[in-house]
Structure formats: structure tokens, C-alpha cells
Design a protein around this ligand. Sequence first.
Ligand code: ADP
Length: 669
Amino acid sequence: MNPYLTALSKIYLMIVKIDISNGDCMVIKDDPKSGFIVSGVTNAQTFSDVLVDNLVSQADDAETLRSFIDHKTLEERIGNKTHLFGDFQFKSSGWCRIGLVPEHTDDGSDCLLVIAFDIDEEKQTEIKKQKEIERNNVALHEALMAANHASQAKTTFLNSMSHDIRTPMNAIIGFTSLAAAHIDSRDAVEEYLKKITVSSNHLLSLINDVLDMSRIESGRTKLEETEVSLPEVLHDLRSIVLSNIQAKQLDFYIDIQDVVNESVIVDKLRLNQILLNILGNAIKFTPVGGTITMRVIENPSPRPDYAEYEFRIKDTGIGISPEYQRHIFEPFSREETSTVSGIQGSGLGMAITKNIVDMMNGAIAVSSELGKGTEFTVILDLKKTGSPVSQEVIPELQDMHALVADDDFNTCSSVSKMLSTIGMRAEWTTSGKEAVLRACYAKEEGDEFRAYIIDWLMPDMNGIEVVRRIRKVIGKDTPIIILTAYDWTAIEEEAREAGVTGFCSKPLFLSELRDVLSRPFRKVEEAPKVEVDMTEFEGCRILLAEDNPLNQELAATILSEYGFKIDIANDGMQALEQMTNHEAGYYDVLITDIQMPVMNGYNLSRNVRVLADKGKANIPILALTANAFEEDRQLAHAAQMDGHLSKPIDVQEMLSEIRRVIGTYRKTR
Ligand code: ADP
């Protein structure tokens, strides 16, 4: 053998010599390690078949390998003395580098040496490194993206906070100086104060949102579940949003469907927050004259003792783009249309809402179309308490005829269903005029309606007018109830004169309908009227521990207006000294700030509780503090305080707390 080949064969796994003129093969070396088993091959075609069959990935490499070995196509390249190399992975030997070396033999013919050498180990290391580099690149890229995102989120947050805080602050400062400039004009000052209050409340809710979000995100928020009445929640909700709805002249429909369990276990504050955030946005993002609909549906729950409540809030507002719908629950995100239109907001409401719904193991979904409107659906599985509202018929009303007139089809259907539940034969109409006609017709037929439920605002005829006309037809004894989502106090007198028996707020619950219709058949004991006693706190003395002079003045001024006498201590130590220096009973209540120099509120409370004189040690103690979270409440309780009031001061809440603790204290003395 040619010494050159002999030398080569020591290094390589396989050497095959191909005669370029006819494709004949001669195997010079076929190391069993290679596993190719090409020993018997005699032509290029069979040789390439054997190699290709042994490839791991036929798809990618077969063509390349065949073209390597095809003696005809290589004929031209040989002329250029080109050396070709390629790496292939074989089933038997792993990665091999196949090289083609043109050779001019002694007998003058041209041939091609196909040689293979083992590169499996280095290739595996290289692949591993490559993969690691790729992994690192991906991780680096992700870290970079996260850092960019975080930095962008921080910038956006600071920008929007700066804007959102400055806007109400600007109004507060501006109107305060305007009030000072017009101090002699009572009307102007009153107007400015109103504006200051609105901006202050907005600022407070913004601060609350930011704090709430950070607390929820850090997992520090706990649900406080208690027994809650759904009618109460929904009626409160309606009253809260009503003025905004009326200010924007929106049509507001609110109704319930199949709610038979009206009492559930839930965190009332958080449930309110969910519904208010969604309803608030619906009002905010719906232009004047639009419509907002809220429905609550009770469905069976898969869990025993639970019911599934579906809250749907729909508006005909600006809508949300499909792109933004994917981000709506991310903190600080706001759609461009809402920022451009100058509508106030922090982009936190929906994120908070989603977090609370998650904490309650519920679900929230949004469906929306730009320019058409938006619908949010919240589903909560809540534990039922108490027994379901009675489904029994009211015997006195059994089979009696009743009429529902409301332009909202959903309300008609839901109220008619309830009327059937209590045993009445219900009919409904969405037209006021038709209601009057039906009343006449029923009378002629001798099957008069024994109860009317009439919506106040119907497009074709106002509910009061409907009642006036119906009353002309029927006697004065049949109850006519006005059903409304709005505040009726302004029209109450006119309505009563027209013949209205009573009012019910939407949404009307079964328990409320039962109550109002069965009232004539029950003996009702008039609840004694509670007179407000303005002299209630006359002579009561409060020790107020507060280090901030402005807060001292504010609390002292408010409290003295209600007849309290106020002594002020600038820190906990001074308060303790004042308690020690006066006889037991001199102070009726101790109200203390928490963060104060020298001695804080918690330590003041603990020190008072261990005073030797029991009359002093048992004095009612209330915290009045800007530390407004549930754990602060618990800390106050742990420091043996009797209650916790958070700043900013809510006067009515403060008075009722003082009333409560003084009452308990006097009973035990
Ligand atoms: P904001 O304080 O901006 O209202 P939210 O988190 O409550 O913050 O809402 C985030 C954004 O979602 C809003 O800025 C608005 O772009 C969009 N959005 C929420 N509800 C509605 C709705 N009912 N109609 C139109 N857009 C809405």
C-alpha cells in the first residue's frame, strides 16, 4: 500500500478509495469501531447507501452525504483539488468528520479518498457549550427584558403618580388660596370647600389604592369574612354610584335573577371594592347619555352549602381594544384612549380587583368592543348562611292578579318570577300607557290587579303619571309600589299625592317584595323613633394625646362642637402624667395617636392599664391614627385599647365609637 495511505490509516476510522472514472471502491481501512461495515462494498453507490442508512438524521444530512460520495459530481471538483469536509452523526459511531481528499495514484488514474475520523467527544463538548451559550443568551435576554420592563414600569408609575398626585393637590392648594382670597363671600368659600373635599377624597383614594396594591402583592392582605346581606351590599352600592350616574345622565338598570340565598359569608369591604371598581369604571368610561346595566344571578354551586353568584356589569362606553384587554389586569396599565381623553385614574383599580377576586378563589372576565361598550363578569362561589328566603305563597295573595310595568325586560321577568313564587298571577308590560290600559281592562273583566309594581322612569309615560291614571280606575286600597334605581326623596310627596303606596329600590329582592306585599296583612309595631340627643356628650372630658399641632387643633375643634371638653397632651408620657395627676373618672375617654415622641400610643395604653387605681386603669382608650390597616387594628387591640379610629377623621364614625366605649365603661363602673 502507498506509504501515505498507510500513515493515514493509523489515524482514521475508515478510508475508502473511489475511482473517479467508474465509481469503483476499494476499502483501505474499516475500523470495527466505526461500525460502518463497509468492508464488502465495491462501488460508490452502495458505499453511500451504507453510510446514509447509518445516519442519525436522514432528513438533514442524507443529500449532503450522497453528494460527497457521488463520484460523478465530484469529478469537476477533483480537478480543482478541492478538499471537502463535513460533520455527520452516525448511529454506530456518533459524530464523524468525513473528508474527501483527491489523490493521484501511481498508475496515473484519479481517485478520491473518503476518510472518516472520530470527532464525537469534541463535537459533544461543542454542542454542550453551544447549548449553554444559547441558554445563557436566553436567560440574559429574559433578565434584560425583565429589567427593562421593571424600569419602564417604575418610570411609568412615577410619571403617572406624579401626575395623579399633583392634579388633586393642585386643586386643593389652588382652591384653598381662592377661599382665603374670598373669605368674606360665604357662597364662594362654600363652593371652594366643596371642591377641596372632592379633590382630597380623590387623593385619599389614590393613596389607598397604591398602598392596597403593594399590600396585596406582598400577600399581607387577609380577607375578613363575615355574614353579609346581598340586598344591603347592592343597595349601598347603588346609593354610592347614583350621584355620578345622574351627573352623567346615564340610564342605569340593576336587577337580580334567581337570588334565593340573600345572606352569604364574604369580606364585605372587598366585595364592595370589586363591584365599585368595575361600576366606577363603567361610569367613568361611558359618555353622557349611555347605559349601564348590572345583574346579579345566583347559580347552583358544585360545593354543598355554597351558591355561585355571577355579577355582570355592562356599559355602552368607549370600549377596550382586544390588545389592551390582555393587559387590563396589570398594575399601572391604562389604555391610551383613557389617558388621552384625560379621564383620571391610576391604572390600579383593575389590578386590585383581579387580586381580590383571586384571593376569593373567584373568576373575572372582560369582553369588550371598541366604541360599543364593555362587560365585566365576576363569579364568586360564596357560602350561604341562614335559610333561603321563604318560597311559600302568601295566602292572602294567592292566585291574585299582579301587574309589573318596567321598560327593562330583565326587571319585568325577574319581578314576575318572584310574584309567582309568592302565589300571585303576574303579568308584565314594558310600557306605562299599556299598564293603564291593562288596569282598565282587568277591572272590566272583573279580575282586578291586587298589586302594581311600576317603574318610576319609563320612556313613554312617567311612573307617577301612570299611577295617577291607574288610581282613577281602581280604588285607593290596592297597593301600588314604585320601583326605582334612583333616589326618590325629591318626588316622594308628589308620588304619594298621585296615589303611590310605597317605594322599593332596585334591585328588588324576594325578601323585600314579600315584606312590602305582606305588610297590609301583618300587625306592624311601629319602631320607636330615635331622637338625636345633641346634649349627649355635654360635659364629657377627653384626654387627647397627639403630637402634631394641626391634628390636635382639628380633633379638638371637631370634638368640642359636640360638647366634649378636651385636654391635650403632646406625647404619651405627658398623657400618662395627666392621667396620674387627675382623680379616676376625671377623663371619660383617652384618645391617642400612635406614633409620638417620648412614648408612643401603644406604650401609653399599656402603662395606663397597669395604673394602681383601677378607676383610671379601665378608662376607655381609642387609637386615632394614620396607621390604618387591619394589623394596626390588631396591634391596638393587643395593647389593650378599646377601639381604633383611622385618619383622616370620619366624624360620625368617631362619635359612634366614643358612644360605644363610654357606654360599655359606664355599665361596668
Ligand atoms: P383607572 O384608574 O385608569 O381607571 P383601572 O385599573 O381601573 O385604572 O382601569 C385600567 C384601564 O382599563 C382604564 O384606564 C381604561 O383604559 C380601561 N377600562 C377599565 N374599565 C373600562 C370600561 N368599563 N370601559 C373602557 N375602558 C375601561
